[in-house]
Design a protein around this ligand. Structure first.
Ligand code: ASP
Length: 320
């Protein structure tokens, strides 16, 4: 790792964070959630700093919530639209990010269909890089907002039992969530048919089940994933109908969850596949809370990576 690629200046993977960093982000999120609820939700914390979005893949929640987060912190934002840029003339990723950096930016939020792209970008430029999803690899801010949401509802997560259900193989959310939930002491079970699991789970601190019905009554969190058909075209994945029959959370299955067990999903949902419409409306389904908390979590991350508002070594540990 060279000096430019200092993981503490960037957020590329949940594994860049110590448990104390995660705690710190959750605490700061609490403060920023209070800002978000104000009538005029704006603080001057990042005035004069500029954040650019570089999204080579579609996004609704992540992009909008990063944008809301930056605006609430008074940062300037620049939107890079891949579709109308010189990327269409064949400009390389490296030339593109170096050109963007030359305009004087402080952070770049990157989403790309290839795993590892944010890490490469971090090698090339001095600005902070935040991974907003790289292929099937990681989506760290999603995992942080998932943790924050779960802790808000359940309290301390040590010893909590989390089932992550569905298309694990193609899910960057699953990888980041496994790291994040286990860092907080939770026990994670991956629940999926074999074709939807990664080829190797060596080193993953998880249990595996192929039977959702067997685990439903024992979990505190049922985290459902979208079937990522855009990444699975060539694989032998089950049909959506087969998948729904074995792994879809319908009302009958949701009724067998423990009282208070949470139902989570990163969105976008395939209603009628991994989750039924009426399950979405249950009081213990926290999908809308996840989205709402995403803004405050991303404020905390931007603030820690870019801010000058923290005057302690805790700031240095994230932003040095
Ligand atoms: N929105 C999440 C992601 O970008 C989950 C998904 O697309 O299924 O990875």
């Amino acid at each position: 790792m060279n000096s430019r690629h200092n993981a503490r200046r960037h957020l590329l993977s949940i594994s860049d964070l110590e448990t104390a960093d995660i705690e710190r982000i959750c605490d700061l999120t609490e403060s920023f959630a209070e800002v978000s609820r104000r009538r005029i939700p704006r603080v001057p914390a990042l005035r004069g700093r500029t954040v650019v979005w570089l999204f080579y893949e579609d996004s609704t929640r992540t992009r909008l919530s990063f944008e809301a987060a930056a605006k609430q912190l008074s940062a300037d934002t620049v939107n890079f639209s891949v579709g109308s840029s010189s990327v269409n003339k064949g400009e390389s990723l490296r030339d593109t990010v170096e050109a963007i950096e030359a305009m004087g930016i402080d952070a770049i939020v990157v989403r790309h269909s290839c795993a590892g792209v944010p890490h490469r970008v971090a090698d090339w430029i001095d600005a902070s890089v935040i991974n907003a999803g790289d292929g099937c690899h990681e989506h760290p801010t999603q995992a942080l907002l998932d943790l924050y949401t779960a802790r808000n509802r359940l309290g301390d997560l040590s010893g909590a039992s989390v089932a992550i259900v569905g298309d694990i193989a193609h899910s960057r959310v699953a990888r980041s969530d496994v790291l994040a939930f286990t860092a907080m002491g939770a026990e994670v079970t991956l629940v999926a048919p074999r074709p939807l699991l990664p080829l190797s789970l060596e080193g993953w601190p998880v249990k595996v089940s192929h039977n959702l019905d067997e685990v439903l009554g024992e979990i505190d969190i049922c985290y459902l994933l979208r079937m990522q058909l855009e990444r699975a075209a060539s694989l032998d994945v089950p049909s959506l109908r087969e998948f729904r029959a074995e792994y879809g959370l319908d009302s009958a299955r949701a009724n067998r969850l423990r009282d208070g067990a949470l139902i989570m999903h990163p969105g976008p949902m395939n209603r009628g596949v991994e989750i039924d419409g009426d399950v979405v409306e249950r009081p213990n389904t926290v999908i809308t809370e996840q989205v709402a908390n995403g803004v405050a979590v991303r404020m905390a991350v931007l603030f820690l990576l870019l801010g000058s508002g923290l005057d302690t070594s805790e700031n240095e540990s994230m932003a040095a």
